[in-house]
Design a protein around this ligand. Sequence first.
Ligand SMILES: [Zn+2]
Ligand SMILES: [Zn+2]
Length: 301
Amino acid sequence: VSEFRQNPATKEWVIVAPERAKRPDQFARAGERKPKPAFDKDCPFCRGNEAKTPPEVYRIDRDGDWGVRVVPNKFAALHPTQEPERVRENLYLKVQGFGVAEVVIETPEHHQTLATMAVPAVRDVLMAYLQRYHELAKDDRLDLITIFRNHGERAGTSLEHPHSQIIATPIVPINLRHQIERAQRYSDDHGLCVYCTILLQEQSLEARIVVESRHFIAFEPHASRSPFETWIMPHRHASVFGQITPHEIDDLALVLRMVLAKLYYGIKDPDYNYVTHSAPVDEEGVEYFHNFTEAHNPGGL
Ligand SMILES: [Zn+2]
Ligand SMILES: [Zn+2]
């Protein structure tokens, strides 16, 4: 029997219809994934092709070579040199396309993915996220830093070399603003963070937990909007991604890799997106929002 379920954090209703649930193998893409080579001479992100990207803004070395490189995204619509000046024309307000867009090249090897990489290599990727977050957060013109990963063609990626992206903008999108305002209202009404409350509820129910470690929990939310929607949430209340400590990042690497390995091996490497839900930089430390990372099937939203 289908039912409507409400997300207590956003008040959003979704319809959940168990009888229409797909079997796990239906998430696998049409046609087997082709095995990829470890090196593709035309791929700008492969080892040896470093000159094909803009100069790196950050890197982490591993085994006498680079392990992770962060480079500007030259295809992005945002430009770091423009000033975010608001211009009003009659009724209408506009801001130049100011912002920072970066690509995190997660490994020199073309055929890897986070699910198949060793935990220390996944940790390096997350450390690169954290380091770039702190660096970009210093720029007063930037208000929101979002980190996301698109895996597979349906998830919107054109380059198959493993990578994720960082976007920093002076603008907070309406859906995130709405999510934060709802959480703020809950906090005003109840004196509690709604996400801390959900976390405790899921721990006591145990039914939807994917994996739990010392510092993080991964679970399928009650009101999932897509198949295998998963929230990876720090136990410790923290409103922005940048509040995660390097020590906690070790633990997040374990949990994230486990979640992605379950998708990779359990339902045959489906396309997915993951994205951080983090409050704006100047709302670091607020009591009403709790950062987390959401993974989901790109077809389900
Ligand atoms: Zn490559
Ligand atoms: Zn919280």
